[in-house]
Design a protein around this ligand. Structure first.
Ligand SMILES: [Zn+2]
Length: 326
C-alpha cells in the first residue's frame, strides 16, 4: 500500500472514530454480519437460508471452516439426509418438513452429515469395500484352484483307469466301468463347483455383515460429531434427541441395519450429553465464533448446490488481489 493510501485510510478511520463518538448510536455503521445474513435471507429460499446459517455456525464453532461445504435439497419426501461426494450434504424434503421450526434438531442432522465427511467415512468405506471384494475374489479363486487341481487329478486317474479297464475287462463291461469312473469325476467336479458357489455366497454375506457393522460404527461416530458440533455452535443439546424421535417413528427404526437401531442411538446420545456437558461445549464454540467472520456463500460450480465458502472466501481472484494487490 502506498503512503498516500495509508494516510487516507488512517484519516478516514480516525474520522469514522470521531463521528461514531459524536453521532447517536443509530447512525453507527452496521456490522458486516448483518449485511451478509440479511442478503442471504433475501436471496435464498427459506430452507436453504436456514441450512446456510446452520453450516456457517457449525463450521466456525468447530474449526470446520477451512474448506468449503456444499448443501443441496433433494425434492423427495424421505425422512433422511446423507453425505456424499466431497463435502456435499444432501437433505431430503421429508426431513426438512418434519423438523420445521426446530433449528437445533436440524443442526444436529447437518452436523452429523458433516461428521461423515470430517471422519472420512465415505472415502474410507468405498476404498474398504473395494479391498474386501478383492480379498473375497482372491480367496474364492484359491478355493477354485484347489478344487480344480483335485478334479484334474481324479480325471487323470479316471482316464488311466479307463484305459486299464479297457485292457483288462474286454467287451461291454470295460466300457461300463469307464463310464462309471467318468461320472464319478463329473460328480466330483459338480460337487466342487457347488462348494465354491457356497463359499462365495458365504463370503459375500460375511462381507455385507462386516460392511453393515462398520457402517453402524460410523453412524455412532457421526452422531457424536453431530451432538458435539451442533452444541458448540450454540444449538440445544436436546435437538439431537428430537431428531432421533422423528427417526424412531419411521418403519424399521428398532432394527439394526446399516444404521444402529434408533433406541441404541438415543441411549448413546444420552451418554454423550453426560460425557460432554453442553455448557463447556457452548463456551468453546462461542470463543471460536467470536474470533471468526460469517462465511460467504455462492452457487456451486455444480449448479445444483449452495457452496458455503471457507474462511478464505469464494473467489481465488479476490484472494490473490488481497495477497498481492492488483
Ligand atoms: Zn449417517
Amino acid at each position: 500500500m502506498n503512503k498516500l493510501k495509508t494516510k487516507l485510510l488512517s484519516f478516514s478511520c480516525l474520522s469514522i472514530l470521531l463521528l461514531s463518538t459524536t453521532l447517536p448510536a443509530v447512525a453507527k455503521p452496521k456490522p458486516t454480519t448483518t449485511t451478509i445474513y440479511q442478503r442471504a435471507k433475501k436471496e435464498l429460499p427459506t430452507n436453504l437460508y436456514g441450512l446456510y446459517r446452520i453450516i456457517d455456525r457449525v463450521a466456525r464453532a468447530n474449526k470446520m471452516d477451512n474448506l468449503p461445504w456444499r448443501i443441496v435439497i433433494v425434492r423427495k419426501y424421505n425422512i433422511n439426509a446423507f453425505a456424499t461426494n466431497v463435502n456435499l450434504i444432501a437433505m431430503y424434503d421429508g426431513i426438512l418438513d418434519q423438523l420445521s421450526g426446530d433449528s437445533s434438531a436440524l443442526a444436529c442432522v447437518v452436523a452429523h452429515e458433516m461428521g461423515h465427511h470430517i471422519k472420512r467415512h465415505i472415502a474410507i468405506s468405498q476404498a474398504k469395500k473395494k479391498e474386501l471384494v478383492a480379498k473375497i475374489r482372491e480367496e474364492a479363486e484359491r478355493e477354485v484352484l484347489g478344487e480344480k487341481r483335485a478334479a484334474n487329478a481324479e480325471a487323470t486317474a479316471t482316464a488311466v483307469g479307463s484305459a486299464v479297464s479297457r485292457r483288462v475287462v474286454k467287451g461291454p463291461f470295460g466300457g461300463l466301468l469307464s463310464s462309471v469312473l467318468g461320472s464319478q469325476s463329473r460328480n466330483r467336479l459338480s460337487r466342487g463347483q457347488k462348494r465354491i458357489n457356497r463359499i462365495v455366497k458365504q463370503k459375500q454375506q460375511e462381507l455385507e455383515q462386516r460392511i453393515a457393522q462398520e457402517s453402524r460404527n460410523n453412524e455412532l461416530e457421526a452422531d457424536e460429531v453431530g451432538y458435539i458440533a451442533s452444541v458448540k455452535a450454540g444449538f440445544e443439546p436436546e435437538g439431537c434427541l428430537r431428531a432421533m424421535e422423528v427417526l424412531a417413528r419411521t418403519p424399521g427404526a428398532e432394527l439394526d441395519t446399516t444404521h444402529p437401531a434408533v433406541p441404541k442411538r438415543i441411549e448413546a446420545l444420552k451418554k454423550l450429553i453426560q460425557k460432554y456437558p453442553p455448557q463447556t461445549l457452548v463456551k468453546e464454540g462461542e470463543a471460536l465464533i467470536s474470533k471468526t467472520k460469517p462465511l460467504t456463500y455462492d452457487i456451486s460450480l455444480d449448479k445444483t448446490s449452495l457452496r458455503i465458502n471457507s474462511v478464505r472466501g469464494g473467489s481465488v481472484a479476490d484472494d490473490i488481489d488481497k495477497k498481492f494487490g492488483l
